[in-house]
Design a protein around this ligand. Sequence first.
Ligand code: GLU
Length: 609
Amino acid sequence: MCGIVGYIGPRNVVDVLLDGLRRLEYRGYDSAGVAVVDDGRVVGSKRVGKLANLEQALAQSPLRGSAGIGHTRWATHGRPSDTNAHPHLDCAGKIAVIHNGIIENHAALRAELMARGHRFASETDTEVIAHLLEERYRGDLPAAVRAILKDVRGAYAVGVLCADAPDQLVFARNGASPLIVGLGDGETFVASDIPALLAYTRRELIIQEGEVVVVTRDGATISTFDGTRVEREVNHITWDVRAAEKGGFKHFMLKEMFEQPKVVKDTLAGRLRDDDSVDLSELGLDDARLRDVEKVAMFACGSAYYAAAYGMYLIRSLARLPVELELASEFRYADPVVGRRTLAIAVSQSGETADTLEAVRVAKAGGAAMLAVTNVVGSALARAADATLYMRAGPEIGVAATKSFTAQCVDMVLLALHLARLRGTLDPELGASLVRTLRDVPSLVDQALNVNEEVIPLARRIAKAQSMLYLGRHVNFPIALEGALKLKEISYIHAEGYAAGEMKHGPIALLDENVPVVVVATRSPVQEKILSNMAEARARESRIIAVVNPHDDRALECADVAFTVPQTHPLIAPIVNVVPLYLLAYHIADHKGCDVDQPRNLAKTVTVE
Ligand code: GLU
C-alpha cells in the first residue's frame, strides 16, 4: 500500500504534490519521491524515509515543471532506499512511473527485459513498467500503457509521466488499489485517496478496476484497458478532512478491520499456483535445509504470538514437525534447545519488536535457520533473518492489531503448506483443498464483516461488564486468546482467553450472570466438546455469546446471542472467526468512549524489552 499523487496545471507542481503526499503519508513512509516534466525533460527527487527528507532535499534543490507525479512508499519488493523509492525511470530517463500494489510476474518480465538489454536501477517490481513502456511508446502514451498492461499481472494503480508528452499524465488501475481524479478549473489532480484532493476540489471521479485515465489540464478521459470510452458521473465530496483520512470510518481500527478482505488477497497474491499448490520460492531458503529440519521453534509477542500459536497447530499437523512455541520475552531466558536442524520462526508486524529481536539473536547463536514473518520490508527482523515471508498488510495505524493479525495467520497457512509439501507429509487432496479454500478467504472474511450491525446492540448491552471469558479449542484457541486481548487493550475490560476444556480446572469459578462468555463454536471435529463447555458455562448463569456457522441449530441452542460467519475448512476457519471478536471489542470500546486507536499505556511498536 502506498500513496500516489499527480498534478497538471498552473500552480507550483512540486508544492501540490508534496501537499498531497503529506495527506497520504499514513499509507506508507518508507520513502517519498516526485518527478516533473520541465522543458521536455523528466527531472525528479526521491529520498528514503519520511516525507520530511524529501521536503528537505527539494528545499535545497528546488524543481519546477508543468506536470508531475509523486509517491510515498510502503515497500513490498526491495528494501526502503533512495534507489528503490519511486518514481522509477526507463533507461533513457524519459518515462517516470509510480505504482501502488504488486506486479506478480515482475521477476519473469525483468528477466526478459534484461535479456533485451534494459538496465535496472532498483530492486522493485515497479521498474519493469518503465522499461516495458520504453519499448512500446511510439508517440501515443495511453496506447503504450494499454499495450503493456496486457503483459502485467497483479493488483496495481500506476501513474506515468513522459518527457515527450508534457500535456498529459496517464494512470491505470487494476485490483483494489484506489485511484481518484479531482477536477479543477484548468487543472486536474490525481490521488490514491480523497484527503489529498480536498484542499483543491470536491469534484471527483472514482477510477474503477480495469480502467485507464488520461489526465490533462482540461479534465480526464476514462476508458477500459481495451480502449472503450467510459462515462463516469462526477462525485461531490462533502467529507471533512479528518474523516476522509479514515475513509469515512470513525476510527482507523474499524477501517483496518474492513480492509481485511483486501489484505488477505494481497498476502496471497502470487503465492498460490494454478495447480493448487503454494509457491514460496521467494523465501530463497535452501529446500534441502528445510527438508532436514527436525524441529521448529516459534516466538513472538502479543497478537503475533497468537498468530504463531495458530501456526504451531498447522505446522504440527500438516508438516508433522514438533513445534516449540514461546513468548519472545521468555524464549531468550529459557535455555532453548536449538541447533542446525532447528527452523526458528519469529513473527512481528513491525519487525522492530525488541524482545523478538533478542530471541532471534539467541536462536541464531544456536545455529537455527531463521525465518521472519513481518510486515515491514527492511525492518531489523527482516535484516536479521535468513529469509522473510512478508505479510503485505499495509500500514496499520490503529495500535491494536487487526488486519496484521489476519495477514500473519494467512502467512502461517502458507508456511505450513510449504513445509509439509517439502517434507512429503502433505496429503495432496488436503493440500489442494486448503489452497482452494484460501482463495475463498477474502470473500469469507468479507461476509463475516456483515455481522457488524448486529454486534452494536450487544456491545451496548455488555459494555458494563467487569470481566469476560473467551473460549476456543484447537485452532480456535489462539483466536479466543486474541479476542480477549483485543477487548483488554481497547476497552479496558478484564478478559481471559482459555482453552475451552481447561475452563473446568479453574476459571469456571469466576462465572456468574455478570461474566459474559464468548465462545468460538463453529463446525469442527471438536465442536461437540465445545457445545458441552457452553452448556457448563450456561449452567452458571453466564450469558453465552457464540460465533457459529449458518443453520447450526445445536450451536444456536447453546447460545444466548450468536453471530453467524460462513463455514469453511476447520483449519482455515480461525481467519474468518476472529472477525466478530474484533468487531465486538471495537464496539464495546467505542460505546465506552475509549480512545480506540491509541489505547492508554500502549504503543504500536514495542522497541523496549
Ligand atoms: N511494490 C511496489 C514497491 O515495493 C509498490 C509498493 C507500494 O504500494 O508502495 O515498491
